[in-house]
Design a protein around this ligand. Structure first.
Ligand code: ATP
Ligand code: MG
Length: 807
């Protein structure tokens, strides 16, 4: 055992300490939420460095988000001070980009390859589907995208898929053709999609053992956080990286001047890297992306002799929060029961809240946050979670009105805005001239009078002459296009060439010694972008536009320019490609600026691994949690339950669970039902608060009580929807046929029976006071009254459940 590095193991419990100090080929740490897995990983890295068992460059740590990577690096630095540079702490994707940019040549890729996001991918698939008339067979870009992604996560390509598919089925034949064309177009554009980043790296390592050997001998310690969420491709990548280097390769590397023999064992090979993985199968929430919890279960089989460490003490949450989490997750079958405990004590009860509408719910949350803030809780230590991004609308509306400082983590979608994508497409076209998608995007942005016929002419010319789209642009003069169009295309091609030249380092002075380093280019990403925006007229077009929205668009482009300036300042040696990579890898959980002093709003998926003093889990309704889409899939409700478990276990001190009785979704307002998961939490743990409009209801105010009143004698919710097998699709969407609606469930919360309202009627609302009906729209349970309240303004209310009466 290494000498105990006291500072690093002080305060750790014996199991945590064992995991930090273990030295051997394989270590598996399995433990529930908040038991210190990530902390152990961080201390283990610091320990390896401090005990000199590893150099920083020999460590590869994989985290799930860039943010988690930055935090881990920061913590190791905090534990060790300097001397931690050269470590790779990154996500799977960034590690792979780094490797691929270096080794691109080997697999016939330009090192400036573009990374396509999901929107780019869909544009390409849309075009292919249209070209092949595949839409008539029911193919949609989103559907094909999902299927291709799943296959790539399994390391399949079009050919391997075709070998196993039934090629007598025209549908399958068509899918294979789409898949093939998709792969070809990406290759032609020197572009990779997100799944390719992993898949191509695995391919690189398998096809080029010598290249693989460089990384296998470099990384001596590989550590993976959130291992339960790795998919097959990621699993394979780890497998490749931890392979031993064969004696022949060791000899070859040695003969090429790489001093590697000292790493070899008596057999002459370099043993595989030591692997540490950390995970919690109860927090596996990415099965839809192909994550496979068997990776954890089968770790011991894959790595015989692995040490397994279990952590059981939770250091994050109060007992009440833990008990709720344990109770919920206990309903999943097929899991090992964990005995999580905490020394913190019971703490406060969980607060439950049922609002009439999503706005009610949001108002409650805003009020509670203010109360927490007044009692001394920092805004930044408060988070609000939801299942779908659409739920932010009501929250943001109320938060803005309440002047609550907040930020939507990963939801700003700054880089998905059209004007930002336009500006980025200019930069991409400079970095990767093969990227046809980017070129097509900027060809007529801003408007230059270049229409679809011209684009087709260019594309056809490129294809016939086997040249790139960009080269076709340069040859525009010979294409017989109109003079104005030709001039516009040539001007654009020239602008891109100019910008590319700006990036070429200046030639060294003639009298410089031959081996002197080339002088670094002083041109920055911001200079290039600024040149492109001015030269293309993009920014002016937005600024001079009469469309009021263009003002905001111009501001966004200015913001992008400001970001490139910051980037240049923070990364003086970085290149344009580095900037593009960074933007591409800004994953859901990452914001470029990590504003402090604000409440964080994020999806439950994004919340993984984080912790807050106070946590609000919102929209705990059937159809949202479990989500309608997952509910009907095998394993769906169990995965959604894990998602809920992840949400609950983020809370340290205060947990709030809320829902609304009606919610607007997909443009319709629907009656919402309490989630089946709520009743899995023992009643005594939750203190239910009511919606103001329910002030006169008797006998408790939680959804359970409300439901009980609807079903006399029942003290539990109907067993029909407490089971995972119950189809949520059927339970949350009112069926169209009369009488087939969810009989005593639609109305689980409040029921105005067959109350009818007509325009002109006066009503009284529990919250908004008196008002006049101006219009009635919709049918059946979805009938909506448009009401002009005397003091509360205009509102739309679901007649069936709104707290209203005719007066
Ligand atoms: P998750 O499953 O949610 O990712 P985790 O198992 O990775 O959780 P950590 O985030 O590492 O847990 O730790 C949870 C909290 O408990 C952190 O605030 C951490 O600093 C604290 N903690 C962990 N171990 C100890 C310990 N031995 N003493 C004091 N605090 C600890
Ligand atoms: Mg963790």
């Amino acid at each position: 055992a290494p000498p105990a590095a006291s500072a690093l193991v002080d305060g750790l419990n014996p199991e945590q300490r064992e995991a930090v100090e273990y030295r051997g080929p394989a270590l598996l740490i399995v433990a529930g939420a908040g038991s210190g897995k990530t902390r152990v990983l961080t201390h283990r890295i610091a320990g390896l460095l401090e005990s000199r068992d590893a150099w920083p460059s020999q460590i590869l740590a994989i985290t799930f988000t860039n943010k988690a990577a930055a935090e881990m690096r920061e913590r190791v630095r905090h534990l060790l001070g300097d001397g931690a540079d050269g470590m790779w702490i990154s996500t799977f994707h960034s590690a792979c980009v780094r490797i691929l940019r270096r080794e691109a040549d080997a697999i016939g890729l330009s090192s400036t390859f573009t990374i396509y996001d999901s929107a780019d991918t869909r544009v390409i698939l849309k075009r292919i589907i249209k070209d092949l008339d595949a839409d008539t067979m029911g193919f949609t870009p989103a559907g094909v995208q999902g299927k291709i992604s799943k296959l790539k996560n399994e390391l399949a390509d079009a050919d391997s898929y075709a070998r196993n598919a039934n090629m007598n089925d025209p549908h399958e034949v068509m899918f294979v053709e789409i898949f093939r064309q998709y792969a070809r177009r990406l290759r032609d554009a020197s572009a990779l999609d997100f799944d390719d980043l992993i898949g191509e790296t695995v391919y690189l390592f398998r096809a080029f053992p010598k290249t693989a050997a460089l990384y296998q001998r470099r990384f001596r310690h590989i550590l993976v956080d959130e291992y339960q969420d790795t998919n097959h491709a990621q699993y394979s990548l780890i497998h490749e990286l931890t392979r031993p280097v064969a004696p022949e390769l060791v000899d070859e590397m040695e003969s090429q001047g790489l001093h590697v023999r000292s790493l070899a064992d008596s057999s002459g090979s370099i043993p595989g890297a030591s692997l540490t993985v950390v995970g919690d199968s109860d927090q596996s929430i990415y099965a839809f992306r192909g994550a496979d919890i068997r990776n954890i279960v089968e770790f011991e089989r894959d790595f015989p002799g692995a040490r397994v460490v279990l952590l059981e003490q939770n250091y994050r949450s109060t007992q009440n929060i833990l008990s709720a989490a344990n109770a919920v997750i206990g309903n999943n079958f097929d899991r090992k029961d964990k005995k999580l405990w905490t020394a913190v004590g019971d703490g406060e009860k969980i607060t439950g809240y049922t609002g009439y509408t999503a706005h009610d719910e949001a108002q409650f949350i805003a009020d509670e946050i203010e109360a927490l803030h007044r009692s001394g809780v920092d805004y930044r230590d408060i988070a609000v979670f939801y299942r779908t991004n659409a739920q932010t609308r009501a929250l943001e509306e109320i938060f803005v009105r309440s002047a609550l400082p907040y930020r939507v983590v990963g939801g700003t979608k700054f880089y998905e805005r059209a004007e930002i994508k336009d500006a980025m497409a200019y930069l991409i076209s400079v970095a990767n001239p093969l990227d046809e998608l980017a070129l097509r995007r900027i060809l007529n942005t801003p408007k230059r009078g270049i229409g679809p016929a011209t684009v087709t002419a260019l594309a056809t010319f490129a294809e016939q002459n086997e040249i790139s789209f960009r080269q076709a642009m340069r040859a525009a003069a010979g294409l017989g296009l109109g003079p104005k169009v030709t001039a516009a295309i040539t001007a654009l091609a020239n602008l891109l060439d100019e910008a590319a030249l700006m990036l070429v380092p200046p030639t060294p002075p003639a009298d410089a010694p031959a081996d002197a380093p080339a002088p670094a280019s002083s041109v920055k990403v911001s200079d290039v972008l600024s040149h492109l925006l001015t030269g293309s007229g993009l920014l002016d077009a937005l600024r001079n536009s009469r469309d009021p929205q263009d003002e905001a668009r111009a501001e966004n482009v200015d913001e992008l320019l400001a970001q490139t300036k910051d980037f240049d300042k923070d990364n003086p040696d970085a290149t344009l490609v580095d900037f593009l990579t960074q933007v591409s890898l800004v994953a859901a959980a990452d914001d470029l600026d990590d504003a402090s002093g604000t409440v964080s709003l994020m999806t439950l998926h994004t919340a993984k691994g984080l912790e807050y003093h106070a946590v609000f889990v919102t929209g705990i309704e059937e159809g949202l949690l479990p989500h309608q889409i997952s509910a009907s899939e095998p394993g769906g409700p169990a995965e959604e339950r894990r998602l809920f478990y992840v949400g609950i276990t983020r809370a340290r001190v205060r947990l709030y669970l809320s829902l609304a009785m009606s919610r607007a979704q997909f443009g319709e307002t629907n009656v919402a039902l309490p989630s089946r998961y709520l009743q899995e939490i023992p009643e005594e743990l939750i203190d239910w608060k009511q919606s103001p409009g329910m002030a006169n209801s008797r006998g408790g105010t939680g959804p359970r009580a409300l439901n009980a009143r609807r079903q006399p004698g029942a003290d539990r919710w109907g067993s029909s929807y407490n089971s995972d097998r119950f189809s949520v699709a059927a339970s949350t969407k009112p069926a169209r046929a009369a009488g087939a609606e969810w009989p005593n469930k639609v109305t689980a919360v409040r029921d105005n029976g067959d109350l009818t309202l007509d325009a002109g009627d006066r009503i009284r609302h529990a919250d908004f006071g008196e008002g006049r009906v101006t219009q009635v729209t919709g049918e059946g349970t979805k009938k909506v009254a448009h009401v002009s309240f005397d003091s509360a303004g205009q509102k739309k209310l679901l007649i069936k459940i709104a707290p209203i009466e005719k007066i």
